[in-house]
Design a protein around this ligand. Structure first.
Ligand code: DX5
Length: 244
C-alpha cells in the first residue's frame, strides 16, 4: 500500500480574526457522513476533530483510522485525531496515513510524553497534547515548545453533550500566559460544552481554537447558521478584548 505523504496545515498568519472552529463529529449522522463534512466545509468550519475512544481510557468506543481515511478525499478541511486511548503510541502512523495534519494525545496516557510528541513530528504531523480537567498544566511545561497545540478539556472526556466546566477558565488563562511568556504561538484549544453561551468566555480566557459538537450538529437552523452564531459569540468577545 502506498502511504500518502503527510498533509501540512496552513500557516497561522493567514487566519481570520477570532478563534478557529473545529467540529467534533461525534454527534454527526454517520449514515451520511460525507454530506455532513461537506456542510461543515461550506460553513467555513476550519477543522474536523475525530474523537477516538477505546473504551479503556474513556468509557466509550468510537472510530478507527479507516473511517478517517474514507472521509479524507471528501473535504479539504484540516483533520485532527483526538486520541482518547490508553496506549496511543503503536497506532500513531495510522492517523497520519489516514490524512490527519494534527495528532493529539492525552498527557495522562503517555509514560514518555516527550518521545511521543517527537514521534508525531517525525511522522510529519503537528503534535498536540490534551489535559483532562484534573490534570495540571505542569504536565506539559517541559514539552510546550514542541507542541503545535495544547488542548484544555472543558469536560471529562468520553461523551458529547456534556456541560461546559467554567471552572477550567483559570487554567485556560494560565495556559495562555504560559504560552505567551514562552514567546510561542502554540494553539490553545478547548473542547467540551462549547456553544453560543460558553464560546465567549472560553475566547476571553485565551482559547484560539474552539471544538464544538452538539452546538454545530444539533438545534435550530442549519450547520451553516449554527457556525455563524458560534463564531459571532466567540469573535464578539475576542474583538472587544483587543482595543487598538
Ligand atoms: C468529548 C469529546 C468532545 C465532544 C464535544 O470527550 O472530546 O469533542 O465530542 O462535544 P460537545 O461539543 O457536544 O460537548
Amino acid at each position: 500500500m502506498t502511504v500518502p505523504a503527510p498533509r501540512t496545515a496552513p500557516p497561522r498568519s493567514g487566519r481570520p480574526p477570532g478563534p478557529t472552529l473545529a467540529a467534533s463529529v461525534l454527534p454527526a449522522d454517520f449514515s451520511r457522513l460525507g454530506d455532513e463534512l461537506r456542510a461543515l466545509e461550506a460553513a467555513g468550519v476550519e477543522r474536523v476533530q475525530w474523537d477516538v475512544m477505546d473504551g479503556r481510557f474513556v468509557p466509550n468506543l468510537t472510530l478507527g483510522p479507516d473511517i478517517v481515511a474514507a472521509a479524507r478525499p471528501v473535504v479539504d478541511m484540516q483533520f485532527e485525531a483526538h486520541l482518547m486511548v490508553a496506549d496511543p503510541d503503536p497506532m500513531l502512523p495510522r492517523w497520519v496515513e489516514a490524512g490527519c495534519e494534527r495528532v493529539i494525545v492525552h498527557a495522562e496516557t503517555c509514560t514518555h510524553l516527550h518521545r511521543t510528541v517527537a514521534r508525531i513530528a517525525e511522522l510529519g504531523a503537528l503534535p498536540g497534547v490534551a489535559l483532562n480537567p484534573a490534570t495540571p498544566l505542569s504536565a506539559v511545561e517541559h514539552v510546550l515548545d514542541r507542541l503545535d497545540l495544547l488542548l484544555v478539556m472543558t469536560v471529562d472526556p468520553g461523551f458529547g453533550g456534556q456541560s461546559y466546566l467554567a471552572s477550567m477558565e483559570p487554567k485556560i488563562r494560565a495556559a495562555a500566559a504560559m504560552i505567551a511568556d514562552a514567546g510561542l504561538d502554540t494553539d490553545l484549544e478547548v473542547d467540551g460544552g462549547i456553544d453560543v453561551t460558553t464560546a465567549g468566555a472560553a475566547a476571553r480566557a485565551g482559547a484560539t481554537v474552539l471544538v464544538a459538537g452538539t452546538a454545530l450538529f444539533r438545534g435550530q437552523g442549519s450547520i451553516g447558521t449554527r457556525a455563524i452564531a458560534l463564531r459571532a459569540a466567540a469573535r464578539q468577545v475576542a474583538g472587544e478584548r483587543r482595543p487598538a
